[in-house]
Design a protein around this ligand. Structure first.
Ligand code: SF4
Ligand code: SF4
Length: 435
């Protein structure tokens, strides 16, 4: 286990040093009509219609919000195709034939300095909503909702910690677009009239620390500070990050806004900047494609809607193609595992990990070692939750508070008996919501 962890860390370190490659946009782009947060949608275009890049072509409907769908290329709408979504389900995707002209929709326009200066918090909220900004660290939570808080916000924190193994997209963004990160943070601070901005990174990321220390000297009055935090997992979990950065202990069930804090993932911040300055939705993002199942792990700048198969080809294809593969979209601890490469790079895919499928480790009976309890960052008792689920004891499941679980995966990772404990806790979360 230790040797494997060392291998993964070395791999992450190596990939974190590789510059991002801008790859050609493929001939066909696929945009999901639905996603895990929005099970319904309306599509505004019909087969054969020409669409512009960034044009509004539909609307997803969630339980309490709508989310605009934008085309990420210019071209022709060909109809629908089903592919796997990051959520693990097959969903309908809008298929667009790329004309490779990138004709921008007239809605994309640069705001002058004066126009940006005059924007109110309500204007920010509306622009971000119209540009469909969501948590690009993988949460896909609609960003505009954070802007609607009635709490007084003093501190904006940027989460550049990216603590999961293998994942390097935010690391490269922080190194390659530092001005965009700082500018995005300044804009958010302006929207909230916040007094200070913190840029959180792991303490061991010396390359990032060096860049930001140097660059922030050019922003002497910005009240923005670099804030190195711990090197452990899950330091990127917002509660752990806020504690590490400010010492404030946000209790379970509370929102950071209660303490005057608002936090955003670093890629989300770059997306907010683009929305405010150019009225442009996120149409491309950095994605790390890695794992022992491909030939050349790489960091790519990818057009949203690109097939994952295309990215794997750009990595020199599969290593040991005879060995079955597992595909993980997102990090290995919290990402979604798929049995196929028939899936698409949506806005919230931070990485694609292709692993040679290991021989399944045999699950042994629980030996009550307590390792899962010891490793749980939110203080749950995963083994007890598992037992309550197995016993179908709904009341006991509810008492054990599984809804506090952040699905970090540590209980499975640490289980001495190779039991997929996290799967039981996920089931317990569903049970706990039953009336
Ligand atoms: S996945 Fe397991 S370790 Fe992580 S928060 Fe949930 S119960 Fe705790
Ligand atoms: S880590 Fe695994 S074996 Fe140990 S108590 Fe938890 S479930 Fe049981």
């Amino acid at each position: 286990m230790i040797a494997k962890s060392k291998y993964i860390q070395d791999r992450k370190k190596l990939l974190g040093r590789l510059p991002t490659i801008n790859i050609d946009v493929p001939d066909f782009i696929y945009i999901a009509t639905d996603n895990a947060r929005c099970p319904k949608s309306d599509v505004y275009v019909k087969e054969g219609d020409h669409v512009n890049c960034c044009e509004l072509i539909g609307m997803r409907h969630g339980a309490f919000f709508d989310q605009p769908i934008h085309s990420t290329v210019s071209g022709t709408f060909l109809g629908f195709e089903e592919h796997y979504h990051r959520s693990g389900k097959k969903v309908k995707f809008i298929k667009i034939q790329n004309d490779h002209l990138d004709t921008l929709d007239p809605s994309v326009k640069t705001r002058t300095k004066e126009e940006v200066e005059a924007l109110t918090k309500e204007d920010f909220t509306q622009i971000i909503k119209d540009c469909a900004s969501v948590g690009l660290g993988g949460s896909s939570f609609p960003t505009y909702i954070k802007f609607q808080t009635k709490e007084k916000i003093d501190t904006i924190i940027i989460n550049g910690i990216e603590c999961e193994p293998y994942v390097t997209a935010d690391h490269r963004l922080m190194l390659e677009e530092p001005e965009n990160v700082i500018e995005g943070l300044e804009l958010i601070m302006k929207a909230f009239s916040a007094k200070r901005g913190l840029i959180c990174v792991k303490n061991k990321y010396n390359d990032i620390k060096q860049v930001y220390k140097e660059l922030l000297r050019r922003y002497p009055n910005s009240n923005i500070e670099l804030c190195p935090v711990g090197n452990f997992y899950p330091q990127g979990w917002e509660i752990a990050m806020i504690k590490g950065a400010t010492g404030i202990n946000v209790k379970s069930g509370e929102l950071p806004a209660k303490y005057g804090i608002m936090n955003f993932n670093v890629s989300t911040v770059a997306g907010i900047r683009q929305a405010i300055l150019f009225n442009k939705p996120v149409i491309e993002r950095l994605i790390a494609v890695t794992g022992d199942g491909i030939n050349y792990p790489s960091n790519f700048k990818v057009r949203v809607g690109t097939p994952i198969k295309y990215l794997i080809e750009k990595c020199g294809g599969y290593k040991n193609p005879d060995i079955p593969k597992v595909f993980i979209l997102g990090g290995p601890m919290m990402g979604a595992s798929l049995p196929t490469d028939d899936t698409i790079a949506t806005k919230t895919v931070t990485s694609v990990i292709v692993l040679n499928k290991p021989n399944e480790e045999k699950e042994e009976p629980c030996i009550r070692c307590g390792s899962c309890v010891y490793s749980c960052p939110v203080g749950l008792e995963p083994v007890q939750i598992m037992n309550a689920v197995k016993a179908m004891d709904k009341d006991r499941v509810k008492k054990l508070n599984p809804l506090k679980c952040i699905e970090c995966g540590l209980c499975t990772y640490s289980c001495t008996s190779s039991i997929k404990v996290t799967d039981f806790v996920r089931r317990a979360k569903i049970i706990a919501k039953l009336p």
